[in-house]
Write a protein that binds this ligand. Structure first.
Ligand code: 13P
Length: 252
C-alpha cells in the first residue's frame, strides 16, 4: 500500500562532474525498477546538470534544504520556487545536521514545509533524537515535539505529499545502525503520533523512512519491518553499487 522510497542524501560531497558520473552509473544499475521511488539529493551546484541527466529516468531529484520565502532580500538562500524551476520534486527539511549545526528550530522547519507544499514540492521531513535524549528517556517527548511542531497547521490531506524520515542522530555517519527492533519501535510510535494528530487513514498512508548508517548489509532487515517504508541513505549513497543494492533490498 505504501510504495517504498529509497533516497540518497549526498550531503556536502561531489563536484558537478563527479555527481554526473554517479547518476550515470545509477541510471544503468537501476534501469526498469518501478516498485520503489528512487531519489538522489546532490548539492545545490549540481542540481541543474543532474536534473538534465535524470530526465526521463526512474530516478527523481531532491534538494537538501530550502528557505521558506519565495524571493527577496535573503542573501545566500534558495527558495522552493527556484528548486521546482530547476527540476526538483522533493526537498529534505529538518535534517539533524541543519538542526544541530545551523540552529534550525521546529518553527522554521514548519515554515519550510508549508512553503514547499505551496510549490507542490514534497518535503522529506527529518526527525530523530540524540543519544543523550534517548539515554535520558526523552526520546518519545522529542519525537512528539518534532512531529507536532513541524507539522503544525497541516491538513490531513497535505500528508499525502509529505514523507517522514526517522533518523536517530546517534546512528548518522557513525556506522551504528539502530537495530531492526529499535527502528521498528520508533516508526510505530511515529505512526501512532500521526494517528493522534490526523487520523488512522492518514497515519496508514504516510511513508516513514529510516535513516542512519543504512548499508547493503542491513537494509533487508530494516525494510522487513512493517512500519519502515524506505531509507534515507547518507554515506552509502555515494557509491553506485552500494546505493543500487539498497534500492534492490529484499522484497517480501
Ligand atoms: P549515513 O547513512 O551516512 O549515516 O547518513 C544518514 C543521513 O543523515 C541521511 O540523511
Amino acid at each position: 500500500m505504501r510504495k517504498p522510497m529509497i533516497a540518497g542524501n549526498w550531503k556536502l560531497h561531489k563536484t558537478v562532474e563527479e555527481a554526473l558520473d554517479l547518476v550515470e552509473a545509477l541510471k544503468d544499475e537501476l534501469t526498469g525498477i518501478d516498485d520503489a521511488d528512487i531519489i538522489v539529493a546532490p548539492v545545490f551546484t549540481a542540481l541543474g546538470k543532474v536534473a538534465e541527466t535524470l530526465s526521463g529516468s526512474n530516478i527523481s531529484l531532491a534538494a537538501q534544504n530550502c528557505y521558506p520565502e519565495k524571493t527577496g532580500a535573503f542573501t545566500g538562500e534558495v527558495s522552493p520556487m527556484l528548486l521546482k524551476d530547476i527540476g526538483c520534486r522533493y526537498v529534505i527539511v529538518g535534517h539533524s545536521e541543519r538542526r544541530q549545526l545551523f540552529g534550525e528550530s521546529d518553527e522554521f522547519i514548519n515554515r519550510k514545509i508549508h512553503s514547499l507544499l505551496e510549490e507542490e514540492l514534497q518535503p522529506i521531513f527529518c526527525i530523530g533524537e540524540t543519544l543523550e535524549e534517548r539515554e535520558n528517556g526523552r526520546m518519545y517527548d522529542i519525537l512528539t515535539r518534532q512531529v507536532k511542531e513541524g507539522l503544525k497547521g497541516m491538513e490531513a490531506a497535505a500528508m499525502r505529499n509529505i514523507v517522514i524520515a526517522y533518523e536517530p542522530v546517534w546512528a548518522i555517519g557513525t556506522g551504528k545502525t539502530a537495530t531492526d527492533e529499535q527502528a521498528a519501535e520508533a516508526h510505530a510510535f511515529i505512526r501512532g503520533l500521526l494517528q493522534g494528530v490526523f487520523d488512522q487513514e492518514t497515519a496508514d498512508a504516510t511513508r516513514i523512512l529510516y535513516g542512519g548508517s543504512v548499508k547493503p548489509e542491513n537494509v533487508d532487515g530494516l525494510m522487513a519491518q512493517d512500519d519502515i517504508d524506505g531509507a534515507l541513505v547518507g554515506g552509502a549513497s555515494l557509491k553506485a553499487p552500494d546505493f543500487a543494492r539498497i534500492v534492490r533490498f529484499k522484497r517480501n
